[in-house]
Design a protein around this ligand. Structure first.
Ligand code: SF4
Length: 501
C-alpha cells in the first residue's frame, strides 16, 4: 500500500522552493546516487557552533597543522527560518539554527559564488558534535541529512565528534575524513581553552569599559596576535602574556555596582552569542549586568567525569562478579587522568599568562556531590546534574545576584527534568534569585521582559551589597586595572574590590 504525503518542500537545482506531493517511502540516510567525493587534500571541513571567538581560533589553529577547516558564520534568525523550512517539525531549536546556518552557507556558495550543488557536495564536509542523546541530540545528524537533502545538497558528508566520548575519540570512528590524531586534539583543545579564557575576561571587563567598544577592539587585537602565534608556531603562553599590554590599555571604571548574572542551562543555548538565545549576554550587559558565562571547558570536564564514572562502575561490577583485572579499564583510567591533568594545566597556564586570576576551574567531583541529593548522576542528557549544581553553588557561595537557566523550547533534559528539580532547590534555598527561560527562535519580547523582571531584583541586591560597605575616600589606582582580581565573599565585582581594601 502506498500513502500519499501532504506537501513536501524541496528546492530544485536553481534554488527555487517547490511544494510537491510525494509518496511516503522508507527514509534512507545514504544518498540516492553514488557520489565521487573529492580527494582528502581538496576537501574543506566546515565547523561552527561554539562562541564567535572560539570558532575563529579553531579555524586558525587547525590551519596551522595543515587541516583545511573553515568556520561558519554565527547563526542568526534567518538561519533558524532556513532550518525550519527544510527540517522536520518538533525539533529543538539548536538543530534548526545549526542546519539552517549550514544550508544558508551552502546556498551562498551556489547562488553567489557560482559553485554547482554537485561540486559543493563533493568538496565540503560538515563537522559537528554527535552522540547517542539520550534526548533529541541522538537524532541531530539524521535531521541534518534530511534538511540538506531537501535543500538540494543530498549526500553532503557530515562527520562528528562523539560528544559522549569527549576527547576519547578513536581514529577509526570515522572513515578517515577527520584526522583524529593526538596533535589534532591537542591543537583543538588549546584553541578552545584560550577562547574560554578570553571570553571570561571579556565578560568581566566589558560592563566596566569607559569607552563603548574598547574591550571588543582589544579582544580582537589579542585574537589576531594569538592567530599569528598559532600559524607561526610561536609560544602561546608568551603571546598571551603579551596580550596583557593590549588589555591593560582599556580604560575601566570598575566601581559600578552591577548585578552579576550567571548564565547557564542547555549547553548550546547558554553558550551561543546571537539570535539563538536572543543575544542574551549582550542584552544583560546593555541592561547594566555583568555575566558569568559557561565556558566550553565545563562540557569537556563533564565528559571526562562521565567517562571516569563509567570506568568506576565497570570496575565495581567486575569486583562483584569476581572477574580478573580488566586491562582496558586500567588504560582508560590512565587516559582519563592524563586528560584531566592536560586540560587543567593548560587552562591554568594560559589563564595566568593573560591575567585571569580570580577564576577557579570547575571541580566536577564537588559539583556532583552537591547536586546528587537532588538529581541522579546517572542521567547524562543535556548538562546532566550540572544545572542543579550550578544553582546550589551560586547560592551557597554567593557567586551571583541572579542565575538564569536558558534552554531551547521543549528541551527535554533542561525543561522537563532540571526545571522540575530546580523548584525543590529554590524551595530549600529561598534566597536564590532563579529564572528558567526558554528560547523558541521567536518571541523575543516575552523573553526580554521576563529577564528584565528578574534583573530588577538582582540590580537592587547588587546596589544594597555595594552600599553596605564603607567606601574609602581615595582609591588606589590598581582598583581599575583588570589584573587586580581580589577574592572576597561578595557577589558583585565592585563590592569585591571595595571589600578587599
Ligand atoms: S539537550 Fe535539549 S536542546 Fe539539546 S539536544 Fe537535547 S533536547 Fe535538544
Amino acid at each position: 500500500m502506498s500513502i500519499t504525503c501532504s506537501t513536501v518542500k524541496m528546492t530544485d537545482k536553481n534554488g527555487d522552493l517547490n511544494f510537491i506531493n510525494q509518496e511516503a517511502t522508507q527514509w534512507q540516510e545514504s544518498p540516492k546516487e553514488t557520489i565521487e567525493y573529492a580527494p582528502k587534500d581538496e576537501t574543506i571541513m566546515l565547523v561552527g557552533g561554539l562562541t564567535i571567538l572560539q570558532d575563529k581560533l579553531i579555524e586558525t589553529a587547525l590551519h596551522s597543522i595543515g587541516e583545511n577547516f573553515v568556520a561558519l558564520p554565527n547563526p542568526d534568525f534567518e538561519s533558524f527560518q532556513t532550518g525550519k523550512a527544510f527540517g522536520n517539525r518538533g525539533q529543538c531549536n539548536p538543530t534548526y539554527f545549526t542546519v539552517g546556518n549550514l544550508v544558508k552557507y551552502l546556498q551562498n556558495l551556489r547562488d553567489k559564488e557560482g559553485m554547482s550543488s554537485e561540486e559543493i557536495v563533493q568538496k565540503y564536509v560538515f563537522v559537528t558534535a554527535g552522540g547517542c542523546g539520550p534526548c533529541r541530540f541522538g537524532m541531530y545528524i539524521t535531521e541534518y541529512k534530511k534538511a540538506l537533502r531537501d535543500a538540494g545538497f543530498d549526500g553532503l558528508r557530515i562527520t562528528s565528534f562523539e560528544h559522549d566520548k569527549g576527547i576519547f575519540q578513536s581514529e577509526d570512528d570515522e572513515e578517515s575524513i577527520l584526522n583524529l590524531s593526538p596533535k589534532f586534539f591537542i591543537t583543538l583543545i588549546k584553541a578552545v581553552i584560550i577562547g574560554d579564557i578570553m571570553n571570561i575576561l571579556g565578560y568581566k571587563m566589558r560592563p566596566y569599559e569607559v569607552h563603548a567598544g574598547d574591550v571588543d577592539k582589544a579582544m580582537e587585537a589579542c585574537r589576531i596576535q594569538i592567530s599569528h602565534a598559532f600559524m607561526a608556531k610561536k609560544n602561546l603562553t608568551k603571546t598571551l602574556w603579551y596580550c596583557r599590554n593590549i588589555l591593560e590599555k582599556v580604560e575601566l571604571n570598575r566601581l559600578q555596582p552591577k548585578a552579576k548574572v550567571m548564565v547557564m542551562g542547555e549547553f548550546w543555548a547558554a553558550m551561543t552569542e546571537g539570535d539563538g538565545n536572543y543575544n542574551l549576554h549582550r542584552f544583560l550587559e546593555a541592561e547594566g549586568a555583568e555575566c558569568i558565562p559557561q565556558p566550553i571547558i565545563n562540557r569537556l570536564l563533564l565528559s571526562i567525569w562521565e567517562a571516569e564514572r563509567r570506568v568506576q562502575k565497570k570496575e565495581e561490577l567486575a569486583t562483584q562478579t569476581e572477574k580478573k583485572v580488566d586491562f582496558s579499564n586500567v588504560k582508560s583510567r590512565i587516559l582519563i587522568k592524563l586528560a584531566k591533568i592536560a586540560v587543567k594545566a593548560h587552562f591554568g597556564m594560559y589563564a595566568k599568562a593573560i591575567g585571569l586570576h580570580d577564576y577557579a576551574i570547575p571541580n566536577m567531583e564537588k559539583l556532583a556531590a552537591i547536586s546528587e541529593e537532588y538529581y541522579t548522576l546517572d542521567c547524562e542528557g543535556g548538562e546532566g546534574h550540572l544545572e542543579v549544581a550550578h544553582l546550589i553553588e551560586s547560592v551557597k557561595e554567593n557567586l551571583s545576584h541572579l542565575t538564569i537557566s536558558v534552554k531551547p523550547f521543549g528541551c527535554m533534559p533542561s525543561s522537563a527534568v532540571s526545571d522540575g528539580v530546580q523548584s525543590l532547590v529554590t524551595s530549600r534555598f529561598p534566597s536564590a534569585n532563579f529564572l528558567a527561560i526558554e528560547t523558541s527562535g521567536e518571541g523575543a519580547a516575552n523573553f526580554y521582559s521576563r529577564v528584565q523582571m528578574a534583573l530588577f531584583k538582582a540590580k537592587q541586591s547588587a546596589k544594597e551589597e555595594f552600599e553596605s560597605l564603607t567606601i574609602p575616600e581615595t582609591m588606589p589606582k590598581k582598583i581599575h586595572n583588570y589584573l587586580y582580581q581580589p577574592h572576597s565573599n561578595k557577589a558583585g565585582s565592585a563590592a569585591k574590590l571595595v571589600a578587599s581594601l
